[in-house]
Design a protein around this ligand. Structure first.
Ligand code: PLP
Length: 384
């Protein structure tokens, strides 16, 4: 079935619960056995202890498995926890991993900090490397970490080419699929082994819950599930319920984020204050062809570069925005605008585009009002 049908129904079992449409929110730690026999045989019970899962968590896992076309999904208490749990399931001392240079900065911090301390070496690669990744794969390479498009600069990677090179050497390919929400892209159908999302963003969609999902193929699911369970990872039932509630409307929200985002990207491109717009759905974008091949749409998050990088002028613009909030995270219903400094995080490649890099999340407001807000901001900037 198509995505909008899947996200409307997947994971719901009303007739196991009085016909009530949504699954109940089970607050659980202890789960009792009725007889000694059941107690002794407990490891076979699906519901045996709060941390091991409840019908509430199973419902979200099942729905995400359907959306991501996966074999199984493991939940994590944040997007970052989903990333670290996926990586930790596959590496040990002496291993080597390859990570895209455009990755989300906390992923980089985890690799450079915790993984390094555990004796795992991280090597960063050019996000546009494609099939050239083959030359970087060593005998001890376990994982290739991708993110498409990359945080901040929105480079579009050739994942199928990376998968082909990786699988020839038995390397697990993981991708951070947060940008597409799992709605505009199906990495597992393209051969990627694990698709991680910060469900905090588009799955939850309302800026009120931290959550992560690790959608796995058959070859990787058991290892991720047992590793993450050994770490004691689990999520609160109210948060899971809100994630499920958000998921039901992801289709309509994403379609609107796409439409509004393109409208703002085109407007920004027409402005003299803006020297570059980084949005793969624009035909001029260097990643456009690969984006068109691998995605069915674009979310509301993209980048642009302001010619002006004078701090006072930027303050004049940013300090009085009416609709664009200044905050980390994205994927909620509301618009956000923040400056970013990609040159500060990259190591394998450089970012030497002059001007001030900005990251915008285009929300569900009327795009004309968002444009008016940005236009007023540019006027304040030009006058300062
Ligand atoms: C926000 C984000 C994460 C981390 O998610 P949290 O829920 O904030 O921990 C991971 N990857 C990307 C691309 C993100 O934007």
């Amino acid at each position: 079935m198509k995505d909008n049908t899947v996200v409307t129904h997947a994971g719901n079992r009303p007739f196991e619960n009085y016909g009530i449409v949504n699954p109940p929110v089970y607050h659980a730690s202890t789960v009792l056995s009725e007889t000694l026999e059941q107690r002794i045989d407990r490891s076979n019970a699906k519901v045996r202890y709060g941390r091991a899962g409840t019908p509430t968590s199973f419902a979200l896992e099942e729905a995400m498995t359907a959306l991501e076309q996966a074999h199984g999904t493991v939940l994590a208490p944040s997007g970052l926890a989903a990333i670290t749990m996926a990586l930790c399931a596959f590496v040990e001392t002496g291993d080597h991993i390859l990570v895209t240079d455009s990755t989300y900065t906390p992923t980089r911090n985890f690799s450079n900090g915790v993984l390094k301390r555990l004796g795992v070496e991280t090597e960063y690669f050019d996000p546009l490397i494609g099939a050239g990744i083959a030359e970087l794969i060593r005998d001890n390479t376990r994982v290739i970490w991708t993110e498409c498009p990359g945080s901040q600069t929105f480079d579009v990677q050739d994942l199928p080419a990376i998968v082909e090179a990786a699988h020839a050497r038995d390397v697990v390919v993981m991708t951070d699929n947060t940008w597409s929400g799992g709605y505009f892209r199906k990495p597992l159908a393209e051969g990627v082994d694990i698709s991680v999302q910060a469900a905090t963003k588009y799955i939850v969609g309302h800026s009120d819950v931290m959550m992560g999902t690790i959608a796995c193929n058959e070859a990787t699911y058991e290892q991720v599930r047992s590793s993450s369970s050994s770490y004691g990872m689990c999520c609160g039932p109210d948060d899971i319920y809100l994630a499920l509630r958000g998921l039901r409307t992801i289709g309509v929200r994403m379609d609107r984020h796409f439409e509004n985002g393109v409208k703002l990207a085109e407007w920004l491109q027409s402005r003299p204050e803006v020297t570059r717009v980084m949005h793969p759905a624009l035909p001029q974008d260097p990643g456009h062809e690969i984006w068109k091949r691998d995605f069915t749409g674009a979310s509301g998050l993209f980048g642009f570069v302001l010619e002006e990088n004078n701090r006072d002028k930027l303050s004049a613009m940013m300090n009085h925005m009416e609709l664009h909030g200044m905050g980390s995270s994205w994927g909620g219903y509301e618009s956000l605008l923040i400056p970013s400094w990609p040159e500060q995080s990259r190591t394998a490649t450089s970012w030497d585009v002059p001007g001030q890099c900005m990251r915008i999340h285009v929300g569900l407001e009327d795009p004309d009002d968002l444009i008016a807000d940005l236009e007023a901001g540019f006027e304040r900037m030009n006058k300062a």
